[in-house]
Design a protein around this ligand. Structure first.
Ligand SMILES: NC(=O)c1ccc[n+]([C@@H]2O[C@H](COP(=O)([O-])OP(=O)(O)OC[C@H]3O[C@@H](n4cnc5c(N)ncnc54)[C@H](OP(=O)(O)O)[C@@H]3O)[C@@H](O)[C@H]2O)c1
Length: 259
């Protein structure tokens, strides 16, 4: 019996992807920190869609988080053919406002655990007839974003790493898909402590978590390498590529750097 393992499944885009996969009758392993939310989601998806569900509360900033997940899967004979690395968050405002540990914790969640899970589960994914890795980056991956500098850099890392991995695995049964959402209505803005200007800028353009999740799952099953969600975000990436970097960065700073 195969499972789809989703990190950051307790809320937002991860929770919405879990619902879509459950509807498609995939068994699910749900990972995040919030045990109450995970337990409730696992129970409701199990009874609504008659699938198998399991959940594990793990804080990715703790040492060995990815190994803990792998060990737990082995102990319970959970075998996966879909790995979705979705857990992530941002920290907005000046870089120097945060302690060094806050920066490295974010890199741990957004980058290190994602890489470790790809590395630890790849041998198993390669034994399935067809398998997928879905990594969630961001439209912030395409440019430097003053006021979200490290977050944007962490997502540029995810995009570059995932594209490289997809090429390496192109002749195998494993497809690697990267999704780059723009502003999405989730808890992201609260956790990142986005300023009112940034929130207001997002109000008109934000997509819903359900919309983004559907695009992500569709792109994954279509075997796409990279997908920017929504026309406006796609247009934004083109402008970022065309315009001088200084202008792009000044515009972003005007939105994200203000207190
Ligand atoms: N919303 C946007 O505008 C937007 C735009 C571009 C990209 N993204 C990306 O989309 C992904 C999903 O974010 P979202 O928008 O759905 O935000 P969200 O609602 O805040 O969800 C973030 C998920 O990550 C989990 N998480 C956070 N810190 C964790 C930790 N230390 N250990 C384990 N799990 C942790 C959270 O679960 P717990 O709190 O229960 O641990 C939650 O399930 C992220 O990678 C984010 O960077 C979001």
């Amino acid at each position: 019996m195969k499972y789809a393992l989703i990190t950051g499944a307790s809320k937002g885009i991860g929770k919405a992807m879990a619902e879509i996969l459950a509807e498609k009758k995939h068994n699910l392993i749900l990972i995040a920190r919030s045990s109450d939310l995970l337990a409730a989601l696992a129970q409701s998806l199990k009874s609504k869609y008659q699938i198998e569900t399991a959940w594990l509360a793990v804080d990715f900033t703790e040492t060995g988080a990815a190994y803990k997940i792998q060990d737990w899967c082995k102990e319970n004979n959970y075998s996966i053919d879909i790995l979705i690395n979705n857990a992530g968050y941002g920290l907005s405002g000046p870089f120097e406002n945060y302690a060094s540990k806050e920066h490295t914790d974010m890199m741990q969640v957004n980058m290190n655990v994602l890489v470790e899970l790809c590395s630890l589960f790849l041998p198993e994914l390669k034994t399935a007839p067809k398998a997928h890795i879905l990594n969630i980056a961001s439209s912030a991956a395409y440019q430097a974003v003053p006021g979200l500098s490290l977050y944007a850099a962490s997502k540029a890392f995810v995009l570059s790493f995932s594209r490289g991995l997809q090429y390496e695995l192109r002749h195998t049964n494993v497809r690697v898909t990267t999704i780059c959402p723009g502003g999405t209505e989730t808890d992201f803005a609260n956790r990142a402590n986005l300023n009112p200007k940034a929130r207001k800028a997002g109000e008109k353009l934000n997509m819903s978590a359900d919309e983004v999740a559907k695009m992500a799952i569709d792109a994954m099953f279509a075997g796409k390498t990279e997908k920017i969600t929504g026309f406006v975000n796609q247009l934004g990436a083109v402008f970022v590529w065309l315009l001088p970097k200084k202008l792009v960065e000044k515009t972003a700073a005007g939105i994200y750097s203000q207190d």
